[in-house]
Design a protein around this ligand. Structure first.
Ligand code: ADP
Ligand code: MG
Length: 450
């Protein structure tokens, strides 16, 4: 058996579940096919895969919000599809807490009332409800926001409120659907750390849906999905758990941990071994990391084999400085013949994109920063189809100079991107701001060489 904890009996069993939309019609969509999965008490399970592969559908099936076309979800031995309305409502209030990317807080209620909401229907006295809610807000270091309204809070604070709401009835199981999908890196770190605490200190079962590979380190069990199916279930050896909060100490966020997290974990490990090496050696050490970053940046809709093999090909391209044509052919070649098994057009388009990225990165000069910044602004403008006029392009170049000179970090750069036009900013929406910042960071990483 594959269980990893001392708990021998799974609390959640997904058995032969299929979810088919528009069955029999031309637009039939098989969102889930033959899903079988066991989840054990206190496990931290991560459902991982590219967008559209069926992660949310699986999570909602487990929660009872989505009824399977066939198959069953058993929780503590009971088939939840047999639950009547009243039992289902109880189930959602007491057994499972849910956290979503979009928070779903109620705008006309105060933060405190939002957290109390699931208790309102349980006949608990108002004072008791409030005390419990406040305790949670305190734990997550946002009790000073309790009389405000959701619109007054940052995304990261809102997600902490929505976690408090999910916890107010002390459910055994927490389901989270891309809970940090909309958050900046610091807020993401705090929310991921809270989930880790809930698993390790509070002994909750956590089921997290994500497409972000950097979250995998938190899981005991990684469920890889693709095209509506589970392709692999990875069991991670039980992580060392600490009885101490990972992120909060004496009611404060442990800033030391948060700051460190700005640097990706892999890079941090590399950095540690840098002492005494030449720049050229460091640059070579960074190649696998660069290859991986190119990947998560550009592409995420293939089988693991295709991705793993292609990462190797990108590494070769970066290490050996292979010809572009050779690189493209290797991606196209079948897996059996040692290639990455992509189709030809994808291979060509991808190889071209990597080449453009590496060429552009090579041009970055730290001695001629303003020229480099102009070129980067042009490149980003064209690549992301921003259609900037000269004034705005200069603004973008100005922000890039600040980043090249390291006066600001990635997050500050991103913030600069969404300052309003009134304040003479670029006024990109949040999504685009993130995209631009990521593009620039990737170029800077690729530029890093001796
Ligand atoms: P993920 O969360 O991994 O991005 P989803 O579970 O949301 O994926 O969706 C899986 C697939 O099912 C997608 O192709 C999506 O378009 C499709 N799908 C989801 N909901 C519906 C629906 N109500 N009707 C038709 N297709 C749907
Ligand atoms: Mg989803």
């Amino acid at each position: 058996m594959e269980q990893i904890s001392q708990n021998e009996i799974p609390n959640i069993v997904v058995k032969d579940v299929n979810v088919i939309y528009n069955e029999g019609k031309s637009n039939e969509m098989r969102s889930l096919e033959e899903i079988n999965l066991e989840i054990f008490p206190q496990e931290y399970v991560i459902i991982f895969g590219p967008s559209g592969c069926g992660k949310s559908t699986l999570l909602y099936s487990i929660s009872g919000l989505q009824k399977p076309t066939s198959g069953a979800v058993m929780i503590d031995g009971e088939d939840i599809s047999t639950y009547k309305k009243k039992k289902m409502a109880w189930f959602h209030r007491r057994k499972m807490g849910m956290v979503f990317q979009a928070f779903y807080l109620i705008g006309s209620l105060s933060i405190l009332d939002n957290v109390c909401l699931p208790k309102t229907f349980d006949g608990v006295k108002i004072s008791e409800r409030k005390a419990k809610a406040l305790e949670l807000l305190e734990r997550f270091n946002i009790s000073n926001q309790s009389n405000k309204f959701p619109s007054e809070l940052s995304g990261g604070q809102k997600q902490r409120v929505s976690i408090a709401r999910a916890l107010v009835n002390d459910p055994e199981i927490i389901l989270a659907d891309e809970p940090v999908g909309n958050l900046d890196s610091k807020s993401s770190h705090i929310v991921m750390s809270i989930l880790k605490d809930l698993n390790e200190i509070d002994k909750k079962t956590i089921i997290l849906v994500t497409h972000d590979p950097s979250h995998l380190e938190f899981g005991d069990k990684i469920v890889h999905m693709r095209d509506g199916r589970i392709t692999k279930v990875e069991i991670v050896k039980k992580k060392k758990t600490s009885a101490e909060s990972y992120i909060f100490k004496d009611g404060k966020v442990r800033e030391d941990l948060v700051k460190e997290e700005y640097i990706p974990l892999d890079l941090r490990h590399l950095m540690r071994s840098f002492r005494g090496l030449t720049a050229n050696q460091i640059s070579n050490l960074l190649v696998p990391f660069k290859a991986q970053q190119i990947f998560s940046h550009l592409f995420f809709s293939m089988t693991n084999d295709q991705i793993e093999r292609a990462i190797k090909k990108v590494e070769d391209f970066l290490y050996l400085k292979n010809e572009f044509e050779y690189f493209s052919k290797e991606l196209d070649l079948s897996l059996e013949k040692g290639g990455a098994g992509w189709d030809k057009r994808t291979a060509e388009r991808f190889a071209l994109e990597v080449k453009q990225l590496t060429d552009q990165a090579k041009k970055i000069s730290f001695t001629e920063k303003s020229k480099s910044a102009q070129e980067l602004a042009d490149y980003i403008n064209a690549k992301l189809k921003l259609n900037l006029d000269e004034v705005k392009k200069n603004l973008l170049a100005g922000a890039i100079i600040d980043r090249l000179e390291n006066r600001i970090g990635k997050d500050e750069f991103e913030k600069l991107m969404d300052i309003s036009e009134k304040q003479h900013g670029l006024a990109f929406d949040r999504r685009m701001a993130t995209k631009i910042a990521k593009e620039l960071e990737l170029l800077l990483l690729l530029r890093y060489s001796g």
